[in-house]
Design a protein around this ligand. Structure first.
Ligand SMILES: Cc1cc2nc3c(=O)[nH]c(=O)nc-3n(C[C@H](O)[C@H](O)[C@H](O)COP(=O)(O)OP(=O)(O)OC[C@H]3O[C@@H](n4cnc5c(N)ncnc54)[C@H](O)[C@@H]3O)c2cc1C
Length: 490
């Protein structure tokens, strides 16, 4: 299919980063044979799920786009000594997967939740997607127990968790009989993908690999027992000081709970709520969600437990902490039924969605504007101090921004929203400041959303050269000719 016209296939040339690429061909995959055939006949290839990624990792830079979003469905289910598992094709969307396991008599669910339910499981493993509930449940790779992976050479690797790990000499056996030998580095990693260490499971090397090592054809997922009690709560505070106090005290209190876990604790700043308020007016699907109170900051929390009375104690404790921090308990939204919880999750998801909407709007005025989202972790300091300092730096910079944070993990999503070229320049220096402080503290500079093409150039300035070498070595081992997803990461 030569010369794909932008207008015709525009949606397959971009993702949620607003980066737009180009390609000469587009193949819709619907089974495994078609993947094998595509790998033989077309190169280079850019692997694509639903295109909801936010770093341009599925955006083509020439060659052929392999669209896997139609290769979907559950193709098996079973139980072994580790629990219940499900085999899915890579194009299965998160919402279809949830629907498949949501029978009344089936008490298991798939825990990872990047909130974007159109995302495919292949894309989620390809980015190692996290989300608010990763505080308790971890990320996608923590729930993948095996995968069939098609390499660019045409070979199919079946990788099972626990079968192949990197030893103390930097060596790992691969199911095709080869051995991958690497030189470890002692430097703390500022990014996660493609950086094996002693004990790394081979399957985890493919997590977050952004389609650069191989194409997932089948993914075996571990399911999690559904907790008996689940609460989603949104607390509102009218000052950042109150929000910080609430977060800090809620985290302390949760450590003393008995049989109740905090599965999410996210801070959403005033600008994020303001963007949501405007976005909600334009989106009928968001109208079922009440309007957040004016001038508020929010904390989105989730609790899970199997014990009703302990859940109630924890819930009442959080409400008390809210009042003590200066919040108004009566403004709180709380839900414990599946339907109402979904509404609050839709609200949570609506925040990054609103940010993307704002970027799109700014882009219409100046098409050099793309999403400038910092996704960093800064360990070692108290979250309330970090939140205060982050706001101070951003306010001083003077570029409009929206800040959210996975508070339990010192993980910040800083969305810079420049409106003109001068502000784009200012964003560069503030990015530098945040990246340096993340790296200095032993944190991550692409903590959740990946590197892709959007962050590729900038991330190289912050990671040690030996890490880049190591990542290239891994890429070269699995994809010697650089066929898959050129332009991503390394
Ligand atoms: C509003 C919004 C909120 C979001 N919130 C979060 C969040 O909280 N946490 C989070 O982690 N992410 C979040 N995301 C990002 C996004 O949803 C995830 O990155 C998602 O996992 C990508 O899935 P996808 O199917 O769209 O993949 P794509 O964007 O199509 O692809 C992503 C990468 O995976 C690779 N890939 C896709 N399929 C395969 C395959 N079969 N084999 C090998 N590689 C493959 C691609 O090549 C690409 O490199 C959000 C996105 C939006 C729009």
């Amino acid at each position: 299919m030569p010369n794909i016209q932008k207008s015709e296939y525009f949606e397959y040339l971009k993702d949620e980063s607003c980066l737009t690429g180009e390609c000469d061909g587009l193949i819709f995959i619907s089974n495994r044979d078609e993947i094998a055939a595509a790998v033989k006949s077309s190169r280079p290839l850019t692997v694509r799920g639903a295109g909801t990624g936010i770093t341009g990792a599925a955006v083509p830079s020439g060659g052929t786009v392999l669209n896997l979003s139609r290769f979907s469905g559950v193709n098996g289910m079973g139980e072994d000594e580790t629990g219940v598992f499900l085999d899915v094709y890579p194009g299965t969307s998160l919402s279809d997967l949830r629907a498949a396991v949501s029978r009344k008599d089936f008490n298991y669910f798939f825990a990872p939740d990047p909130t974007e339910t159109t995302a495919t499981i292949g894309g989620m493993f390809g980015t190692n997607a996290g989300g608010p509930t990763s505080l308790l449940y971890g990320r996608t790779a923590d729930h993948v127990i095996a995968a069939d992976i098609r390499l660019a050479s045409g070979e199919l690797l079946s990788v099972e968790r626990g079968r192949h790990t990197f030893d103390e000499l930097g060596c790992c056996s691969v199911p095709d009989g080869r051995k991958l030998k690497v030189k470890y580095s002692d430097a703390p990693p500022a990014v996660l993908p493609l950086l094996p260490r002693k004990g790394t499971d081979l399957l985890d090397l493919f997590a977050g690999s952004e389609g650069m090592l191989g194409i997932f054809e089948n993914i075996r997922l571990k399911l999690t027992p559904v907790p008996k009690h689940r609460w989603s709560i949104v607390f509102f505070m009218d000052s950042d000081e109150s929000a910080r106090l609430f977060i800090s005290d809620a985290l302390k209190a949760s450590k003393k709970w008995n049989g109740v876990s905090l599965s999410a604790l996210d801070y959403l700043d005033r600008a994020s709520l303001e963007l949501f308020r405007q976005f909600r007016l334009k989106q009928t699907r968001l109208r079922t969600i009440p309007e957040p109170p004016g001038n508020a900051r929010a904390i989105f929390a989730e609790l899970v437990s199997d014990d009703a009375s302990e859940t109630e104690t924890a819930l009442n404790g959080l409400l008390q902490i809210c009042s003590d921090a200066g919040g108004d308990e009566d403004l709180t939204w709380a839900a414990d039924t599946e339907k109402e919880i979904e509404k609050l999750r839709l609200f949570r998801h609506g925040i990054p969605d609103s940010v993307n909407g704002a970027v799109g709007q700014n882009r219409r005025a100046d098409d050099s504007i793309t999403k400038m989202a910092l996704d960093i972790t800064v360990p070692g300091k108290a979250i309330d101090v970090l939140l205060r300092d982050t706001h101070m730096i951003l306010d001083k910079c003077g570029v409009p921004y929206a800040l959210t944070a996975h508070a339990g993990a010192n993980h910040f999503h800083i969305n810079l929203l420049p409106e003109n070229r001068r502000q784009i320049e200012l964003c560069r220096s503030v990015t530098d400041e945040f990246f340096n402080s993340a790296v200095k503290s032993g944190g991550m500079i692409a903590a959740e959303n990946g590197i892709g093409k959007v962050n590729r150039d900038i991330f190289r300035n912050y990671i040690p050269p030996e890490h880049l070498e190591l990542m290239r070595r891994v890429k070269q081992f699995f994809d010697t000719d650089g066929v898959l997803n050129p332009g991503n990461m390394v």
